[in-house]
Design a protein around this ligand. Sequence first.
Ligand code: 5RP
Length: 249
Amino acid sequence: FLVKAITPSVTRRHLSTTAIEQGKKAAAYRAVDEVVHSSLSVVGIGSGSTIRYAVDRIKDRQDLAHVTYIPTSFQSRMLIQDANLKLGNLEQHPAIDVTIDGADEVDSQLNCIKGGGACHLQEKIIASASKRFIIIADDRKKSDTLGVNWTKGVPIEVLPMAFSVIMLHLKTYFPSAAPKLRMATEKAGPVVTDNGNFILDVHFGPISSPSDLENKLIRIPGVIEVGLFCNLTDRAYFGSSDGSIHVAN
Ligand code: 5RP
């Protein structure tokens, strides 16, 4: 009886995870096929779980062996190295042809919330250095308005010595924002980014003007970078579990 009672929900959960992964993979494969050409020389590689599929697709392409790849995080550097791709850095390559990256939520103007993996500082620098910035995501990430689908709040990278002051400012300016210091585990303490900083996750509700909010937040002393990417994305690929893709420009 117990086995019968448990099995259906386990199967459902397994299927839905598989469906999400299929959406990520479909988006990543299509984006690589359409935007990464042999005429390019420098490509930025984002961070997260969706970008793994893009690297998988890239590593099978013999015509891309000459391309240099610029990472956006420690994880991304490992992905590039493990795939035996040519690893580069911004000092050698301050101008990037195209960057592909994931996102936590993308609105109809292609503004994004990023930083679910605490990598948005380097991701935004790489995006700003790129001629084209391409987002890949499963279709759960698509949204009319930021702050609606992604319920974990906007990630803000902050200088560790300033985190409590910034939390106080945020509570004053945005009384319902409930800023939370992102913790690794209770025992391990706060998440420390690749840049040695902390992350605050802050709830603003539906964000009607992401660039106004970004501009306000970045002015708070000690804020290093805000996980709002405004007017940076050139194209987004959203993948569904049936393999269909929605492309938004
Ligand atoms: C990391 C990011 C990621 O790109 C974002 O969280 C999406 O990740 P995933 O592909 O795992 O959904 O911004 O800071």
